[in-house]
Design a protein around this ligand. Structure first.
Ligand SMILES: Nc1nc2c(c(=O)[nH]1)N[C@H]1C(S)=C(S)[C@@H](COP(=O)(O)OP(=O)(O)OC[C@H]3O[C@@H](n4cnc5c(N)ncnc54)[C@H](O)[C@@H]3O)O[C@H]1N2
Ligand code: MOO
Length: 408
């Protein structure tokens, strides 16, 4: 793709399609990790249950294990004939008219089928009386009622949340096959940028995008590496990106990707890399560029526009799906909400507008668009819960319109 042919913006859906194809082609290899290291990782294959959970019928409460028929038949009194603690030696079967003291999680002694909780029991001289009928089978957790042996527990592409990891740990599984997460280098470019903590000179601004990008990447469970800020010097930019292009799976840059005289990235990536797209019909974030590194190295290059809200929007809309695809992660939950105020777009592009979520009296999700829609208006982004997606074409959205929202 030449620089001229690539400079016509493409549709957002086309860009998403390219992202998904490129990510599929570059899906990262699998690795086997101990559960303790697998938090947040994406599973490489399905996991089936090796054992039933619970592994045996057991008590859900502290009390007395008994045979329910004995309660109904006799005078309400049972003989206390042993005790069964969780993890303790097996109590002998109590036999007809008998019961066993039991604790939560302890296996039900043979011949018993019900647990009377201790709060509803009277104990006198080695005998137990039920103050209320618990009902047959009460307070018993049946073998396999949570997980049956051989059941499908998790599938390829699922993220290992703490609860899913606990499900696997309960199987005695100690290691899982997951996808290696991408290594990511983060670059900010611009002569005007100064790091927080340093004094500002005339015309200078603080570098806020680094914190934004590093935070967004860390929230994905990644361990990104930030490069020192690059000046608007094409030779310095080329040299730094070449080093990163050899060493990382993904190089994420922000700034210097638009039409300015000092925007070196489009020229560099057209000359040394292979550009998949440059400019997408979206707002903010239009000048975003995706390229294979070519002679800059095997890394993939995703160059985000410098305006802070453009960084957020292009990350959520394009970089996050790219990171998901590289790890073979399955689709995320899709959220919709009703606009609580009307919105008129001033353009045809797909808009990613900052919005705040709330829940109305009917428990429906509502989203309030923030009128501060400029791509430099970071306050609106900081206050936002979501980006509101307003597709191409339609310009006018009355209050109550159902819109897609992306958590940000
Ligand atoms: N003639 C045109 N001008 C612009 C176009 C265009 O198509 N034609 N596109 C506009 C759009 S849309 C965007 S978005 C920006 C993107 O430009 P760049 O990616 O080249 O970004 P810069 O010019 O380097 O910076 C834009 C803006 O953001 C500030 N910035 C940059 N980096 C940081 C940082 N790390 N932390 C905080 N702020 C940062 C920078 O100072 C600029 O104000 O171009 C429009 N122009
Ligand atoms: O498309 Mo740009 O990101 O609006 O300022």
């Amino acid at each position: 793709m030449t620089r001229d042919s690539a400079s016509t913006p493409i549709d957002f859906s086309l860009a998403r399609g390219i992202i998904e194809r490129v990510a599929r082609e570059r899906r990262l290899p699998n690795e086997t990790l101990a559960l303790a290291r697998a938090h947040g990782r994406v599973l490489a294959g399905e996991v089936r249950a090796r054992i039933a959970v619970p592994g045996f019928d057991n008590s859900a409460m502290d009390g007395f294990a008994l045979r329910h028929a004995d309660l109904a038949a006799g005078d309400g009194w049972l003989d206390l004939r042993g005790e069964q603690f969780a993890g303790g030696p097996a109590a002998p079967p109590p036999g007809p008219g008998g019961c066993v003291r039991i604790t939560t999680g302890a296996p039900l002694p043979e011949g018993t089928d019900t647990v009377l909780i201790k709060e509803q029991a009277e104990v006198v001289d080695g005998r137990v009386r039920a103050l209320a009928d618990p009902g047959p089978g009460r307070h018993v957790r049946r073998r396999g009622e949570d997980v049956e042996e051989g059941a499908l527990l998790a599938t390829a592409g699922q993220r290992l949340t703490p609860a899913r990891l606990a499900l696997l740990a309960a199987q005695g599984i100690e290691a899982v096959e997951v996808v290696r997460p991408p290594t990511v280098a983060v670059f900010c470019t611009g002569d005007e940028l100064v790091e927080p903590g340093m004094p500002l000179g005339p015309g200078q601004i603080y570098n806020s995008n680094r914190e934004l990008l590093m935070g967004l990447l860390r929230a994905e469970g990644l361990e990104p590496v930030a490069w020192p800020t690059l000046p608007d010097d094409p030779a310095v930019v080329e040299s730094a990106l070449r080093h990163a292009g050899e060493a990382f799976d993904l190089v994420l840059t922000c700034g210097g990707v638009s039409a300015g005289e000092k925007d070196p990235l489009p020229e560099l990536l057209h000359r040394r890399g292979r550009v998949h797209f440059w400019k997408v019909r979206m707002r903010p974030g239009m000048p975003v560029l995706l390229a294979d590194g070519g002679t800059l190295g095997p890394a993939l290059f995703l160059c985000l526009p410098g305006n802070p809200v453009s960084v957020l929007a292009t990350f959520v809309a394009l970089a996050r799906p790219l990171l998901d695809g590289l790890q073979g992660r399955g689709p995320r939950a899709a959220w919709r909400a009703r606009l609580s105020a009307p919105w008129d777009k001033r353009h045809e592009r797909r808009e990613f507008l900052r919005g705040r979520l709330s829940c109305d009296a009917e428990a429906a999700l509502r989203v309030e668009p923030d009128p501060a829609d400029g791509s430099h208006r970071m306050r609106a982004a900081a206050d936002a819960d979501v980006l509101i997606v307003l597709p191409e074409g339609v310009r006018s959205y009355p209050a109550g319109s159902v819109v897609e929202v992306l958590p940000c």
